[in-house]
Design a binder for this molecule. Structure first.
Ligand code: GLU
Length: 288
């Protein structure tokens, strides 16, 4: 039995593949609409809600008609990195578009939203971290649903989280959330990759993140746009659990899973919080 009835502060993460069309990378408005309805309903029920949303790069590549050259390009470190520049430009275009859609959809329910863009530097730097925490606190007090993403336009490898699974756990730790819902393109955690191993078994609950669990995580991801496979979900779980936040990995195919998870239904993989008394968010982030 899961009892999440006294959860007050909830972070929900959606990946690019959950809110964009696989064929074109363009925004999937039907799914965005459902997502916003679910989140507003949670907020109406008295919860503090934060959304960590990917999709900026995908939407930007489509909008700028540079998807083809981006995916055929190569990353390079021995000279001007054309691919990186395309990605950063796409993120700048796409983030604004995405936010415009979120603003519009949330406003249909009279729900105020806000944009918070972060890099690792936001967490590592004491002043930035303090400011970010205060901003979240104030936004939540004001009844706003913040929409968070990595600042992909300025984040390169030294300061990027690289994946929003980790970012969402960092946000959960920063604002002391008590539940993190990671929506993925898979039902939850399996003992092996179920796409390649028919004997892989679904794991409904994890009480302790030990070496066996870490071994289940595969680095691969099935989607073109997302960067997070199971490995990043486990590393997110490590952060969430250590800061005292319960976490559920559930399938984004049905966005109704958001309210199902919150109401305690046996959906996805539940990873129990295991608070470390000496938890410091900075210990989980280092600039490369
Ligand atoms: N921040 C990236 C974006 O908005 C996605 C990162 C991820 O897929 O985890 O497009």
């Amino acid at each position: 039995m899961r009892d999440f009835s006294n959860k007050k502060r909830i972070v929900v993460k959606v990946g690019s593949s959950s809110i964009t069309h696989a064929e074109t990378g363009g925004a999937d408005l039907i799914r965005l609409e459902k997502l916003v309805r679910e989140l507003t309903d949670l907020h109406n029920g008295g919860k503090d809600v934060v959304l960590v949303s990917s999709g900026a790069i995908s939407v930007g590549l489509k909008a700028a008609h540079i998807r083809g050259i981006y995916y055929s390009g190569k990353e390079r470190t021995d000279g001007p990195d054309e691919k990186l520049k395309l990605k950063q430009a796409a993120a700048a275009i796409g983030q604004a578009r995405l936010m415009m859609m979120y603003q519009k959809l949330f406003s249909e329910y009279n729900q105020t939203t806000a944009q918070v863009l972060m890099t690792k530097h936001t967490i590592v730097d004491n002043v930035n971290r303090f400011n970010a925490r205060n901003t979240f606190e104030e936004l939540l007090t004001l009844g706003v649903v913040p929409v968070v993403n990595e600042n992909d336009t300025i984040a390169t490898y030294e300061i990027e989280f690289g994946d929003n699974d980790t970012l969402s756990a960092i946000v959960a730790a920063l604002i002391e959330a008590d539940l993190l819902i990671l929506l993925s393109d898979i039902d939850g955690l399996y003992t092996d990759d179920p796409h390649t191993n028919p004997d892989a078994k679904f794991i409904p609950e994890i009480t302790k993140l030990d070496d066996t669990v870490e071994g289940f995580a595969k680095g691969s991801t099935g989607s073109l746009m997302g960067t997070g496979g199971m490995a990043t979900k486990i590393s997110a779980a490590r952060i969430a659990s250590a800061c005292g936040c319960d976490m559920v990995i559930a399938n984004a195919d049905d966005l109704g899973n958001i309210h199902r998870v919150v109401s305690g239904a046996e959906v996805g993989t539940f990873i129990h919080a295991d608070r470390k008394p000496d938890f410091f968010i900075e210990d989980f982030v280092s600039e490369g």
